[in-house]
Design a protein around this ligand. Structure first.
Ligand code: SF4
Length: 326
């Protein structure tokens, strides 16, 4: 097993937010609540869950864009909370993010050349000539012609813009890529091309990748391991094959059942009822009990933990043994 490059220990990310337009009262949003996992060197860890489950907030906390309320992010053995300004700059250079909407994340008034050169200039890398060569190299790596360098983002299709976003993310030769819903805004026909490009780049640069998505079928295509997140917590984590063939948590089972299959209607197999509850007032006991078809009295009172020494991969469910399909 390869060493971990990034470790998250007991991470909490709580925000104070107004309870409504007509009140001054505030409530605590528990966006991420006691999350622990490690990202191994060279692997892709898929992070999956519905919109609003906290996965994007978690990604931003890893980049130190949100300061954690509690817990640690450890990069190559060092707690990032204790880094000097200079070491933090190096850390930010080592971790790069690819966003969902490449149009929003690219400056529309800059040419592609300026967009790709910007991180190199900020980090004082090379001279004008070597940066020009690097821009040409990056365009080639993401499958865009050299003529793209003088154009503006609006002159490209959604897929091409995401290629520019990927080129910018790898410009500084990072160690870790965080892809936040990187293909969700793209047509299905283009999604596969971008996913394959990410896989090629990951292999070529030996990157570690945290691949965040609401779509388990996309995550399956990309991931060595998968973590399933529900209402700010990881409820199941394991090798991708184990998650797909022996999902232990009813939430994971429901997400898998909702993947459309040839010849069957997805709504016919939907196992998850209702909407995700507010992270301002997570349900007592097991947070999934308000939507779980198997909930019992114990589930409403006792919160299951992920740390039980299960035979195989961990799942935060009191009754996973009874519910797992062999
Ligand atoms: Fe469902 Fe209970 Fe398991 Fe939670 S602990 S997932 S409510 S069976």
């Amino acid at each position: 097993m390869s060493e971990s490059i990034l470790e998250v220990q007991g991470l909490q990310l709580h925000f104070s937010q107004s309870k409504g337009i007509f009140t001054r009262q505030r409530a605590v949003v528990r966006a991420v609540d006691d999350v622990s996992f490690s990202l191994r060197s060279g692997e892709t860890l898929g992070l999956v869950g519905e919109s609003g489950c906290g996965k994007s907030s978690l990604g931003k906390a890893l980049l130190n864009l949100h300061r954690p309320t509690a817990g640690k992010v450890i990069y190559q053995g060092q707690n990032i909370a204790g880094l000097s300004d200079r070491a933090m700059r190096d850390y930010r250079r080592s971790l790069q993010m690819i966003f969902q909407d490449p149009f929003e994340s690219l400056n529309s008034r800059h040419t592609v050349s300026a967009i790709l050169e910007e991180p190199l200039i900020i980090h004082r890398i090379g001279d004008a000539e070597s940066r020009r060569r690097r821009v040409a190299e990056l365009l080639d790596m993401v499958g865009l012609p050299s003529t793209a360098s003088s154009k503006y983002p609006h002159e490209f299709s959604g897929g091409q813009r995401q290629r520019i976003g990927i080129a910018r993310a790898i410009a500084l030769k990072p160690q870790v890529l965080i892809c936040d819903e990187a293909v969700s805004a793209l047509d299905v026909s283009v999604q596969a091309q971008i996913l394959n490009l990410l896989l090629d780049i990951q292999r070529e640069l030996n990157l570690s990748m945290l691949f965040i998505s609401h779509d388990l079928s996309v995550v399956r295509h990309m991931s060595d391991r998968i973590a399933v997140m529900y209402l700010g917590q990881i409820v199941e984590i394991g090798e991708a094959q184990a998650i797909y063939s022996h999902a232990r948590h009813p939430y994971t089972q429901g997400l898998l059942a909702a993947i459309p299959k040839l010849g069957s209607a997805p709504e016919a197999v939907s196992l998850i009822g209702g909407d995700i509850p507010s992270p301002m007032a997570p349900p007592s006991g097991c947070r999934f009990h308000t939507r779980c078809a198997y909930a019992k009295d114990k589930c409403r009172v006792d919160a299951p933990t992920l740390n039980v020494d299960h035979d195989g991969h961990p799942a935060a469910c009191h009754f996973w043994k009874e519910l797992t399909v062999a």
